[in-house]
Design a binder for this molecule. Structure first.
Ligand code: HEC
Length: 140
């Protein structure tokens, strides 16, 4: 299960195109369509563009680590995704379409079993033996 999930993470599911290296992050900013408001035709939170001023950074957020990620629901910058399974489903459907979607966001055609295997792989990235206090609120 975990081994299959690892093969998917570093292969078919393309997770390693952004989550790579010792901390599973490229330290770059990407738009996955999280927080896209289709009705209003805009991002609820504009993200990186506020700092960089570059239009292509609209809706882009920094790739977070996936170490200890299973301990830290809910997910994404706005906590809008409840479970790791929902996160994988977000990627499986190529995120939310919007004008600045990262080109790496493509339909993955993962089976239900493969989704579960990816979740099992991420659960296996939990460490122990050091202080890890779950925050109770988002940074203000
Ligand atoms: C295009 C780059 C990219 C790809 C490909 C990608 N990620 Fe991400 N990942 C991100 C970014 C950026 C965020 C934060 C997005 C946000 O907060 O709006 C994120 C967030 C996450 C989170 C939530 C972490 C948290 O603490 O909230 C998980 C879990 C995750 N990704 C797992 C995966 C898995 C599994 C795959 C493969 C199926 C994958 N990612 C593919 C860039 C990527």
């Amino acid at each position: 299960m975990v081994k299959n999930g690892s093969n998917l993470f570093f292969g078919k599911a393309l997770c390693m195109t952004c989550h790579l290296g010792p901390n599973f992050t490229d330290s770059q900013f990407h738009n996955l369509g999280v927080g896209w408001d289709a009705a209003a035709n805009k991002m609820k939170d504009e993200g990186r563009v506020k700092i960089s001023g570059k239009a292509e950074d609209t809706g882009a957020f920094k790739t977070p680590t996936v170490r200890d990620v299973a301990k830290h629901a809910p997910y994404m910058h706005d906590g809008s995704v409840a479970t790791l399974k929902d996160v994988v489903e977000h990627y499986n459907k190529a995120g939310n379409p919007n004008p600045h979607l990262d080109p790496r966001m493509v339909k993955l055609n993962l089976s239900a079993t493969e989704v579960d295997e990816l979740v099992a792989f991420m659960e296996a990235l939990n460490g122990e033996g050091y202080q890890d206090t779950v925050p109770t609120a988002f940074p203000q």
